[in-house]
Design a protein around this ligand. Sequence first.
Ligand code: G3D
Ligand code: MG
Length: 179
Amino acid sequence: MSFLARLFRQRKQFKIAVVGLDAAGKTTMLNFLRFEKNIETLPTIGVNVEVLKRKNVNLSIFDLGGQLHFRNLWGTLMKGSSAIIFVIDSADRERFEEAKTELWKVLLDPQYPDAPLLIVANKQDKEGAMSIEELIHKLGLNDPEQMKNRSWHIQPTIATEGVGVEEAIQWIVIELEKI
Ligand code: G3D
Ligand code: MG
């Protein structure tokens, strides 16, 4: 494709919400991606919005603060999202139930009955990190009734080293290109 054709080719725009408990590694993961621009930051409520271009899509990535007092804002800030990224600290067994509860709140939210869901199983480098099989089982992702209309994927990552991060975004892009 010529330069001009590429320049004027219509890019589809999508909003992606990145959620997960605080310290799961959301910001670390996003820092590994090359953003075109940072369009807006709302530091007081812990929201950061950045635009990422991949293939024929523009992704506006909303990094939502995971601290307890921000979580009731997720619903509002996630409105209009085409896909959801849920980041979990695979090694944090102490807060696992809390993370699972938050994940299921998102999964059962009637606003997103079929939005593609990417679970980022982060901190795979840490001692005692849960494997992908263990996470699928313990998070209840193998429940065919709950998951039947949803495209989902779980991606192991080491955000501090950037391992698995681009693969995670590639999965999202492939899903969004189907829309
Ligand atoms: P958040 O944006 O989800 O709240 P951050 O989380 O990205 O701020 O990360 C929280 C802490 O976890 C950071 O450490 C970060 O370096 C660490 N971290 C993120 N990803 C990984 C990983 O894959 N492996 C390991 N070992 N650590 C990770 P600090 O010390 O800065 O709080
Ligand atoms: Mg953060």
